[in-house]
Design a protein around this ligand. Structure first.
Ligand code: UFG
Length: 336
């Protein structure tokens, strides 16, 4: 049985769906529902009735330890974390408690129960300001915000636990994740939403949330920031491949997950207008603090070693995200 923490959230839920549809269906989800949604879990359980859900908080060691006593867990996919960069700057204690202490409780429970394999959601934010581009896994890690610090600390803790307790981890450092399930059963659902694609799409439904571009005077081709967008379905595949790799090789390793395409904010905006067939209004506002002008991944290692081949184009991802956004918009309207 596989334990997936944080599978009521965006990336974790797509991973649970991907596993379920690839015959890895014996899954227990552990989530405190602080940012994830019970509706997402219910949807997953409808698709895969074998999924068990335990509402619990990693900050409470006994709640996570119970899972290992109750179920025969072979490996863990660990998504549960707070992930808003801006919020982490204002409230770092929340981030160190949830992300670092929560993960230590998880890892200690694993070691105590002799469960020694974990795939971990890390992030491009552990690199900080790029020294060169595209960024490979050997790029120095100097996070510039508490969120990135928490993820880097966890990576280091995992190294120490490997040496001392033989706990093997695959760390996946994601770049900018976009997209949604192709059947719009699940998708990105943050409150508040801070990410580019959902913010553009939300402005289509809600006149009061005019889309804002954060800065158009960066030193880039069109003045807006460039990011490496990777589809959430491709990302879910990478987790499955990472688990297979871990089971086969029993070896700690780290992989970047991006596509190295590199789109600017304006390009994403234009693709969104094409997909939605709407003229979307926007305004240019000041730069957002801490946004590097360009972030591109070198993901050669994941392609070579994990045999990961991302398939979705940014257009595909935005199309799926738009279909999901329609569903979400109806759902939210109905509940108001
Ligand atoms: N942007 C806008 N308007 C918006 C939202 C975003 O112009 O309403 C711009 C941002 O300034 C940035 C780009 O769109 O240039 C992408 O921004 P996102 O907020 O979608 O994503 P980030 O690049 O800030 O963050 C992502 C992950 C973080 C991770 C970070 C690593 O979401 O979890 O990459 O650098 F920490």
């Amino acid at each position: 049985m596989i334990l997936i923490t944080g599978a009521a959230g965006y990336i974790g839920s797509h991973c649970a769906l991907n596993f379920s549809e690839n015959n890895i269906d014996d899954i227990v989800i552990f989530d405190n529902l602080s940012t994830g949604h019970i509706e997402t879990v219910e949807k997953l359980q409808k698709i895969n009735p074998k999924i068990k859900f335990i509402k619990g908080d990693l900050k409470n060691k006994n709640e996570i330890s119970d899972i290992f006593r109750k179920y025969k867990i072979d490996s863990v996919i660990h998504f549960a974390a707070l992930s808003q960069v801006g919020q982490s700057v204002v409230n770092p204690s929340l981030y160190y408690l949830n992300n670092v202490i929560g993960t230590i409780n998880l890892l200690n429970s694993m070691v105590e129960n002799n469960v020694l394999k974990i795939v971990f959601s890390s992030t491009a934010a552990t690199y900080g300001e790029p020294k060169y581009t595209p960024i490979d896994e050997n790029h120095p890690q100097n996070p510039i915000n508490p969120y990135g610090n928490t993820k880097l600390m966890i990576e280091k803790i995992m190294d120490d636990y490997d040496l001392a307790y033989n706990l093997k981890s695959i760390r996946l450092r994601y770049f900018n994740v976009i997209g949604a399930d192709e059947k719009a059963r699940i998708g990105e659902w943050h409150n508040p939403e801070t990410h580019l694609v959902p913010n553009i799409l939300k402005s289509v439904f809600n006149n009061s949330s005019e889309f804002k571009i954060y800065g158009d005077d960066y030193d880039t081709k069109d003045g807006t920031c460039i990011r490496d967008y990777v589809d959430v379905l491709d990302l879910a595949d990478a987790h499955r491949l990472a688990l297979e790799y871990l089971n086969k090789n029993n070896k700690t390793d780290v992989f970047n997950l991006g596509t190295q395409g590199g789109q600017s904010v304006k390009e994403i905006f234009n693709i969104s207008q094409d997909v939605t067939k709407q003229k979307i209004s926007y305004k240019i506002v000041g730069k957002r603090m801490g946004d590097p002008k360009i972030l591109l991944a070198n993901s050669k290692k994941a392609k070579d070693i994990l045999k990961w081949h991302p398939k979705k184009t940014v257009h595909d991802s935005i199309k799926n995200a738009f279909e999901w956004e329609k569903v979400l918009n109806d759902k939210l309207k109905a509940s108001n």
